[in-house]
Design a protein around this ligand. Structure first.
Ligand code: CA
Length: 230
């Protein structure tokens, strides 16, 4: 059974998270103290950690850093402040995802599932049949059927949008230049130019980003190209 540890000092939030995870077939434990939560995370055999940032005595950043130093499991950081997300992203703590309070429990569950699936895939334990599906950031990409689901809802993608998305997720955390993307997806001989890439990146962001104006997943690297963050 998949075991999840929730480190959260607000009882009502922790219980809501636990209840939804349990409804979805996960085993979930709550730890309201940061210190205890850290020890439990390091000692126990959890598959995923949901970690609040604002905890008394020790903050979530430090807990995240210490868990990551020892464990290769998904860590989802929960923050009450949106601005904090940018800060924590820059810290390179090794968290896999960030959720801002208030969040919908179904969004939490979708992300938990996506991260577990991704780790499972990285560990090479997925069945051959499932390997055609890539999960990332709540997005599921079926490579053979060429269908995309975002938070479990199917979203239509054009051929080129699909190719572009696939290209990004297959090269995570790498900067891809507009020229590389154009060459890869449209080919040298095709009509159009690299500005096509810009247009398609914008369309992609409108579909996959919560706020396309300040993208979290598909970032612009000024003067270099784009990077898909995992
Ligand atoms: Ca808190």
């Amino acid at each position: 059974m998949t075991k999840i540890l929730i480190i959260e000092d607000e009882t009502s939030i922790a219980e809501l998270q636990r209840d939804y995870l349990e409804i979805n077939g996960f085993e979930a434990e709550i730890q309201s103290s940061g210190e205890e939560g850290l020890h439990q995370a390091l000692r126990g055999d959890y598959n995923l950690i949901i970690l609040d940032i604002m905890l008394p005595h020790i903050n979530g950043f430090e807990i995240c850093r210490q868990i990551r130093a020892e464990k290769n499991i998904p860590i989802l950081l929960v923050s009450a402040k949106k601005e904090e997300i940018d800060k924590i992203r820059g810290l390179g703590l090794g968290a896999d995802d960030y959720i801002t309070k208030p969040f919908s429990p179904s969004e939490l569950v979708a992300r938990v599932k996506a991260h577990l699936a991704r780790y499972e895939r990285l560990a090479g334990s997925r069945s051959a049949e499932k390997e055609k599906i890539i999960y990332v950031h709540g997005i599921s990409i079926d490579l053979s059927a060429r269908r995309v689901h975002i938070h479990e809802q199917e979203v239509p993608f054009t051929t080129k949008e699909f190719d572009l998305l696939t290209c990004f997720v297959k090269h995570p955390n790498q900067v891809l230049s507009k020229e590389q993307l154009f060459e890869n997806i449209w080919g040298f001989d095709s009509a159009g130019d690299v500005s096509t890439v810009t247009v398609h990146v914008r369309k992609l962001r409108e579909k996959i980003e919560r706020d396309p104006a300040s993208p979290q997943y598909l970032e612009t690297v000024w003067g270099a190209g784009y990077r898909f963050n995992i």
